[in-house]
Write a protein that binds this ligand. Structure first.
Ligand code: BES
Ligand code: MN
Ligand code: ZN
Length: 490
């Protein structure tokens, strides 16, 4: 999609549709007042008849608006002026775009606000791109159509470019999550990663199953053993800093399908398990964005790609595995496979010299029990690093909430026969015991674990995004690595 700053005046601009932001504020700061004047009070009348209110994301379509050269006008609410931030801008633009994307459109113009900071404009552009991309990858009759072109009032060329990169990155992650598991499996994921990395100057090393044996990745290999699709570990390297700088590592869970293994999931719980690689997708997408924007930082991405299925060679309950770090693990539930994959992936990140780590994983169903379907659970061994991730998430408008890591929780994963076991006792604090398990493999480095199990896949559409993969945490990861300076904050 072509995205450019609008050059003509609002009155002169020829577009199929002009999207106009409506603040929930009688003074109408921003372009809506201008449009009201040009259209001889049209917006005021819509306000009076309550067809337009200014509630975030609420839209009204007006055909052939008077006084404008656009063929149609779409109003979109921006909410209270004081609460208007990047997250609101993202959702409002997304809602407008999703509404318009139901049919083909050539040029869509957006005039949401005057004097918006560049990051907010970029967030809105990203939202619009996400809003018009749907999950109907394999439908002959599409439900959503990307616009041929977007023009943005009040945007710099730089903001347009940043927004485009953000939008394409989030949509890349979403598209990967939406790929069915017969199409996307470890090796085909690796192929896609190789291609996109080559496009953007990222080094992409792929460890095949033989190499994984040599590297003693015993935890990850056990998970993948039952599948005819062999596992892969991807190591991505982006070097953007001018000199030497310790890297930050992004680590992603890439289970391309999770049947649960012998601890098999019920059919209903398995339906969305093509999305169990959303963490790996988010890491790949964020690395691409960082490289395209040329962030002056060194980044490492480690993606553990594996399929968790069943055959005669499936790993079993009671198996004791030796992870790459040497730690022994008693398997008491083969559906707690993500932590086994990450155990080896985190160990690789540590060995590669990561000065700080963020892992992203659809790790526990318990995370949605605790926080609901739209909030990322965050856990850490290093509060300042976690604060940085949380503030990046807040800036981007991605809801995230920290869960505690009291030492006593660590007792729940002690095993009678091995160093640790892969599940806690019973169902209590399932998200935290998952994190406590991972903590064993981060070598004491500043580390944040983001559990995106609730938020990575949405069974139904929301106003600003279709159902399916959400691309959650891609924007947050980009925001964090943008500020990476070689060390976690003290
Ligand atoms: N991939 C699942 C977690 C998940 C559940 C993600 C629902 C998205 C939606 C993970 O591998 C898993 O099965 N976790 C188990 C852990 C348990 C056995 C300790 C779970 O949540 O039940
Ligand atoms: Mn599982
Ligand atoms: Zn899983």
């Amino acid at each position: 999609m072509r995205i450019t700053p609008a050059v003509e005046d609002l009155a002169e601009h020829e577009a199929d549709t002009l999207v106009i932001g409506i603040p929930d504020d009688p003074a109408w700061p921003g372009p809506s007042r201008r449009v009201d004047a040009l259209s001889r009070g049209l917006l005021g009348r819509l306000f009076e008849s309550r067809d337009v209110a200014g509630k975030v994301g609420e839209t009204t379509l007006v055909l052939e608006p008077p006084g404008l050269r656009a063929k149609a006008l779409l109003t979109v609410g921006l909410g209270k002026q004081a609460a208007l931030d990047r997250g609101v801008a993202n959702r409002a633009a997304g809602s407008a775009a999703r509404q318009l994307a139901r049919r083909r459109r050539g040029r869509v113009a957006f005039a949401l606000g005057d004097d918006w900071p560049e990051d907010r404009v970029a967030g809105a552009i990203c939202g619009a791109m996400v809003g018009c991309a749907g999950q109907d990858l394999f439908r002959a009759e599409k439900k959503s159509f990307s616009f041929d072109e977007m023009t943005w009032f009040g945007a710099t060329a730089e903001a347009c470019e940043q927004g485009r990169i953000l939008g394409e990155s989030v949509n890349l992650a979403r598209r990967l999550v939406n790929q069915p598991p017969n199409v996307l499996f470890p090796d085909s994921f690796a192929d896609i990663a190789r291609t996109v990395c080559a496009e953007h100057g990222i080094e992409c090393e792929v460890w095949d199953d033989r190499r994984l044996e040599q590297e003693r990745c015993g935890a990850m290999l056990a998970v993948g053993r039952a599948s005819t699709q062999p596992p892969r570990m991807l190591i991505l390297r982006y070097r953007g800093a001018p000199g030497e700088m310790p890297p930050v590592a992004l680590v992603g869970k890439g289970v391309t399908f999770d049947s649960g293994g012998l601890s098999i999931k019920p059919s209903d719980g398995m339906k969305t398990m093509k999305g169990d690689m959303a963490g790996a997708a988010a890491v790949l997408a964020a690395m691409c964005a960082a490289a395209r924007r040329g962030f002056p930082a060194h980044l490492i991405g480690v993606l553990g790609l594996v399929e968790n299925v069943i055959s005669g060679s499936a790993y079993k309950l009671g198996d004791v595995l030796t992870a790459r770090s040497g730690t022994t693990i008693e398997v008491l539930n083969t559906d707690a496979e993500g932590r086994l994959v990450l155990a080896d992936a985190l160990n690789v990140a540590v060995e590669l010299g990561a000065a700080a780590i963020i892992d992203v994983a659809t790790l526990t169903g318990a995370c949605s029990v605790a926080l609901g379907q739209h909030v990322v659970g965050v856990m850490t061994n290093h509060q300042p690093w976690c604060d940085r991730v949380l503030s990046a998430a807040r800036e981007c408008g991605e809801p995230a909430w920290q869960l505690p890591m009291f030492p006593d929780y660590g007792e729940l994963i002690r095993s009678q026969v091995a160093d640790i076991k892969n599940v806690g006792d019973g169902r209590y604090a399932g998200t935290i015991t998952g994190a406590k398990f991972l903590e064993e493999f981060v070598g004491g480095r500043p580390w944040v674990h983001a559990d995106i199990a609730g938020s990575a896949f949405s069974e139904s559409a929301r106003a600003w995004i279709d159902g399916g993969g959400t691309g959650v945490f891609v924007r947050t990861l980009i925001e964090v690595v943008r500020n990476w300076s070689g060390a976690a904050p003290a």
